[in-house]
Design a protein around this ligand. Sequence first.
Ligand SMILES: Cc1cc2nc3c(=O)[nH]c(=O)nc-3n(C[C@H](O)[C@H](O)[C@H](O)COP(=O)(O)OP(=O)(O)OC[C@H]3O[C@@H](n4cnc5c(N)ncnc54)[C@H](O)[C@@H]3O)c2cc1C
Length: 257
Amino acid sequence: MNPTPGQLQPAAPAPAAITTSKQPVEMVVERVVMELPDTKTIRLIWPQDYNPQFLTGQFITVSWPDTPKYRRAYSLSSCALDRGHFEITVKREGRMGTRMVDWAKEGDLLQVIRPAGKFLPVYDADKHLICIAGGSGVTPFRGFAREATSRGLSTRLTVLYSVRTTKDIIFHDEFREMEKRNPNLKFAVTCTRLEVDDPWEGRRGRLDVAWIREQVTDIGNAVFYACGPTPLVEFAEDLVVNHMAVPRAQLRTEIWG
Ligand SMILES: Cc1cc2nc3c(=O)[nH]c(=O)nc-3n(C[C@H](O)[C@H](O)[C@H](O)COP(=O)(O)OP(=O)(O)OC[C@H]3O[C@@H](n4cnc5c(N)ncnc54)[C@H](O)[C@@H]3O)c2cc1C
């Protein structure tokens, strides 16, 4: 029905109309940062009036305008408090990962489908989040730690990060910086393939039950997270559920395939 003259016109569609849709939205790459020689953080600027509701730990789905059907998911390495942009951190792996790391540059346009996913931090005061990551699987945990640190939360958060050598640690300085500001955050790294004479003073060897147990003081209030390629996530799940007898409900996983 048309409004009669003098009647208020219906309001323009709310910005949420854009952001609840699964339609891709074009975003400009504002900047790129090489975290490691094979790992790049890409910052995507939200278009005007884009105002999504989303949660730390979710992923966005990205494609290039020339191949719109070739879409891939990337966990947000930024957090829900970061407004105005998304950050993703991509390893040079597979077709899309290689293209993103080799090609994505400032000013490029990418198609982005709004954040989705249930790999969400439980920020209850009495919880202890044990976040197990291998290689690039650390990306969502940067978001977890960033939100907890910015909000001054008392939730304990321990990142157990397995890498081959010290040259493979993504976000090392950033996690150390957050640790200084957040007494409830611990960033613990283990290196699996260091030379014997390497000066690294931290832990060496694979992730194992003993190392995980050392971190946990109250198993009933621990929430375990594992993120990354399938072998790492399955390995972590086996350790936590089968070897530590933690109920499956206390473990959340994000498998990258
Ligand atoms: C929810 C979700 C979140 C993701 N978040 C990230 C992220 O934050 N950063 C990121 O780099 N990738 C992430 N990925 C993986 C990403 O979507 C792509 O699969 C990856 O970039 C490889 O591109 P491709 O699929 O075109 O490779 P393809 O040419 O199709 O080959 C895929 C192969 O690469 C392996 N693979 C995919 N990603 C990785 C990886 N990072 N490390 C080791 N092996 C891998 C797969 O097991 C498979 O064998 C995520 C995937 C999912 C489902």
